[in-house]
Design a binder for this molecule. Structure first.
Ligand SMILES: Nc1nc2c(c(=O)[nH]1)N[C@H]1C(S)=C(S)[C@@H](COP(=O)(O)O)O[C@H]1N2
Ligand SMILES: [Mo]
Length: 401
């Protein structure tokens, strides 16, 4: 099945999807549409979230959650490609298998992982490569995410390299294939497997069993998931049960069909002239999001407003988040907090002002990282057919009353 067909199926399967639009903003920019409402479908361990499909579950976190440095587990977004997710996992029986080009094939139990390996922690942002896809014009196929296909958590687990050492890699080992436990509903659809080059991975890559101090929520990959700080989350395989080591890149379905951008300098193309060569998305670009005020919120004239939000990149580090309250004519530095969570985490920012005029006004945020890279204007963002890596300056509209 083509990826597009799959998404179509997923979208028709959706329960309640409330999609609104904001004519004012649409006229000015192609900001992601994120005034969607949370749905009343209940998923295990989750508060109501914006729901695109219930099978497989596709849930987005509302904008207002992005004022805090860690995203709560019960509001964390959810994305699965295949509908048949195991509903029963026995933690006492769950194992992860490592085979292929290893000296010794091993199967490690969850309990062994928690007790026989060094435990490590990292705070890291998970972001779908298609986050904010709805901002692209013309609209690429796929889930029309607003800005909430992302979150930041403190992950605890063991180093991938320690687990691989247990099996012992053979000299010609080059690629790792990571497979989750869920199955496709149709036999033609292959398993969700991601491949990564061994030499790309560093010591920050972990196999996590804990998220924000608790077991991983079922929908976020219980009991084990791969954590690749700085990378888009398509390779953060959930319910990880099998790692295969090989010497060749296998061109598997989920590597060849999705999460790729044009392999040219701007990573751009046009619908009329698609670029022939593509490459997988890997490191995240610099981005920020305003969590408060919410889009279209009413604020009082002359009250003290503290704009708050989050900023992140691939781990280079955030230098500044600039805020504009005059439609982008002038920018001022905000105050950055939560640096102690490390370079893969959200930096929270805050910026105070008093609204002086009644009526509509825009508030914009623009993150700059330590390499001087900053969020571009919408017009400067290269389009790509998959709608990946959107990182335009965030813009919300509020009404002063
Ligand atoms: N096993 C498995 N892991 C997976 C996926 C999947 O479909 N199956 N989807 C990936 C993608 S594309 C994303 S965006 C993230 C979503 O993680 P979350 O559901 O914990 O938010 O999981 C990744 N890991
Ligand atoms: Mo994703």
């Amino acid at each position: 099945m083509e990826r597009r067909d799959f998404f179509k199926t997923a979208l028709t399967a959706a329960g309640t999807v409330a999609v609104g639009s904001n004519p004012l903003e649409a006229a000015q920019t192609h900001q992601p549409i994120d005034d969607r409402k949370v749905s009343d479908i209940n998923f295990p361990e989750k508060k109501p979230l914006i729901t695109y499909s219930d099978r497989p579950p596709l849930l987005e976190t509302p904008r207002s959650v992005f004022t805090s440095p860690l995203t709560p587990n019960d509001q964390f977004f959810v994305r699965w490609h295949l509908p048949d997710i195991p509903t029963l996992i026995d933690p006492n029986k769950f194992t992860i298998k490592i085979d292929g080009l290893v000296h010794k094939e091993v199967e490690i139990s969850l309990n062994e992982l928690k007790t026989k390996f060094e435990q490590v922690e990292v705070v890291a942002v998970v972001q779908c490569g298609g986050n904010s896809r709805s901002a692209f014009s013309p609209t690429p196929g796929g889930i029309q995410w607003g800005s909430g296909a992302m979150g930041c958590a403190k992950w605890k687990g063991v180093r991938l390299s320690d687990v691989l050492d247990r099996a012992g890699l053979k000299e010609n080992a080059e690629w790792l294939g990571f497979n989750g436990s869920e199955k496709a509903a149709y036999y033609e659809t292959p398993d969700f497997v991601r491949e990564l080059n061994l030499h790309e991975l560093d010591d920050h890559v972990i196999i996590a069993y804990e998220m924000n101090g608790e077991d991983l929520p079922y929908l976020n990959g219980y009991p084990l998931r791969l954590i690749i700080p700085g990378y888009y989350s398509d390779s953060w395989v959930k319910m990880l049960s099998h790692i295969t080591v090989s010497d060749k890149y296998k061109h598997l379905f989920f590597m060849e069909k999705a999460y790729r951008v044009p392999d040219n300098e701007t990573e751009g193309e046009t619908p009329e002239k698609l670029y022939s060569k593509t490459k997988p998305i890997t490191k995240m670009n610099v981005k920020s999001l305003i969590g408060f005020p919410d889009d279209r919120q009413k604020l009082y004239l002359k009250s003290q407003v503290v704009v708050r939000g989050v900023a992140w990149d691939s781990g280079v580090g955030i230098q500044n988040v600039l805020v504009s309250i005059d439609g982008g004519k002038t920018w001022e530095k905000s105050l950055l907090d939560n640096g102690e969570n490390g370079r893969y985490a959200y930096r929270t920012f805050r910026y105070s002002f008093k609204p002086k005029k009644l009526g509509k006004m825009t508030i914009m945020s623009k993150a700059v990282n330590n390499l001087g890279k900053e969020q571009p204007l919408d017009a400067d963002i290269p389009w790509n057919r998959g709608g990946y890596k959107y990182n335009g300056i965030d813009t919300i509209t509020v009404e002063i009353v």
